[in-house]
Structures are given as C-alpha cells and as structure tokens.
Design a protein around this ligand. Sequence first.
Ligand code: GTP
Length: 307
Amino acid sequence: MTAYTEPEFLPWDGRRVPLTFVGGYLGAGKTSAINELLAASDRPIAVIVNDVGAINIDARLVKKRNGDTLELTDGCVCCSSIDGFGAAFDQIRARAVPPEHIIVELSGVAEASNVIPWGNSAGFLLDGVVIVAAVDQLVDTGLPGWVRQHIDRQVSEADMIVLTKTDLADRPTTTAAIARLGELAPGVPVVDGGLGRREPEALGRFLALGGHRAGDIAAVPGPTLFDLHQTDMMPIDGPLDRGELEALLDQLPRHFGGQIVRAKGVVATPDDERLLVQIVGSRREISVLLPSERQDPTDLVVISLRQ
Ligand SMILES: Nc1nc2c(ncn2[C@@H]2O[C@H](COP(=O)(O)OP(=O)(O)OP(=O)(O)O)[C@@H](O)[C@H]2O)c(=O)[nH]1
C-alpha cells in the first residue's frame, strides 16, 4: 500500500461523485454482478477493481485498453487498484468530466470498515457498502471458523446485501442463509442476486443506496488484507484440451496443500479456443470464451487457505 496524499484542489468545481463499495468473500459473485450492472447501465460509471488486467471485466464491455485503464462502452471506465486506491482515484479525478457514480470492487478478503473513509476522499462522497454474499458460503459449515467469522464481519458492514447462488440452493438452504443475514445485519435489505433471478431493479439499487457514513481519511491505514490466504500463480503449459485441463485441476490440491478457495485463469486449447477456468470452493466451471472475449492465455491464479 503506497502512502496516499489527498490532492490540494477539489476536482470538478467541488462537485462530489457518489461512491459505492462492493465487497464480499472470494468467489461470492462481485465481478459478475458489477459486469451485469455495467452491461445494463447507460450511465457513465467508473469502476475500480483490484486487477483490470486479466479476466475481471467482461471483454464484451471493453472498448479500449490503455495500460491499467479500460475504457468501456457508454463512457464507463475501469482502473486498477492494485497499488492501493490512491493512483486509481487520481486517474478518475484527472478526467475532465466526472463519472456519475464510482464503484469500488473490494478484494474478497477486505473488510469494508478499513476502507470506508476512502469513500469520502476528495471529489467523492461515500454512498454505501454493498456486500455480495453467496448462499453456500453463508451456510457452509465446512469452512474454517475464521473464514466464517470473516464473512460474518463483511456482512455486518453492509448497507445492502446481494444474495447470490440462490439458483444453486434448495429453498430451505436459501431460507437458512436469509435468516443468517437477518442475524448478522438486522434490517439491511437483501436482494436475490442468483443467476437468472435478479430482481429487475436490484442492481440499480447499487447506485442509489443513499446511506452515508462519517469517516476521517487521515485516520485510515488503507485496505488491509487477511494474511491467511495464500495466492499462487501457476503457469499452464498449454495448449490443453478439456480432459487434460480437468486432470490438471484435479491435481491442484496436491500442489497447493491447503484448501483451495478460488482459482481462475484462461487456457488455450489445441483448437486455438480459450477456456475460462473458475473455481470457487468445491465448484468448478470451465467455459469456452466467445470470439469477442478472446484474450491471451493467463497463468492460473490459485488462492488457498494456509494450513
Ligand atoms: N450459479 C451461479 N453462479 C454464480 C452466481 N454469481 C456468480 N457466479 C459464478 O461464481 C464464480 C465467481 O464469480 P465472480 O463474479 O468472479 O466472483 P467474485 O466475488 O468477483 O470473485 P473474486 O474476484 O475471486 O473475489 C463465477 O464462475 C461466476 O459465474 C450466481 O448467482 N449463481
């Protein structure tokens, strides 16, 4: 985290742009929800994500790439917060015309309380915290206690909760997850964010939270990360066909020891297709990228819990 200095002059004649933090545990569905929002919105939105480089933002939305910044269709822009928020904030403030809203996707291991005061940084006005929570992660008793506590803390900081993966859960499980949310964040609105089930106006509420919190930027140490997650980059010696890829993924627990919570990457096939690998807990998804989404193969990013 680099030291951050507030600019001396307010951009945009002192006008402040509302800023929403989107948090939630690894693989909960933050990026999917933000992509859907960007695709559906015709308003200029700026998005700050941990890494715009590889596979976060839906390639169909990207108009132009310029280093760490992606110009999206409809005047939206994405920039990377890989070195902290300061540089990304400065990039947005340097724009002659302010965006209408700023969304900051937090790392899956971030806690909103550590970053909330950044929401009132020069030129911005904290609008609220949306926590994306997956049904299985809320009710999964197989997760280590500290991960569950971490998810509980994230949820307790929400102004609005998007409950994802309801399409994968049966009714009693979803009911149990909603009850858990009610205990952790009493009175906080919960919208169904399961694939194919999103309430039509749910994502729009991302942009109309209206919940403001007080904070003092000077008192903030910057985003902190849980240090019990280990991130590894595994080069993939491709091209691989689907069977070879599945076999390689089967071996991941052996390579990485601890419990794998998240993995993603893009792999080339012998037919020159691109396979997107997404692993969240015990669930694995391999999908063929459309020609419009084509990108160079990447290493496999593997996040595991240290033993
Ligand atoms: N079935 C189903 N899958 C979902 C849902 N939301 C997200 N996914 C899938 O879950 C995986 C992870 O989704 P992401 O949107 O990348 O999750 P994330 O929270 O941004 O993940 P990190 O960036 O690793 O923290 C992907 O394979 C998504 O397609 C949902 O509501 N239902």
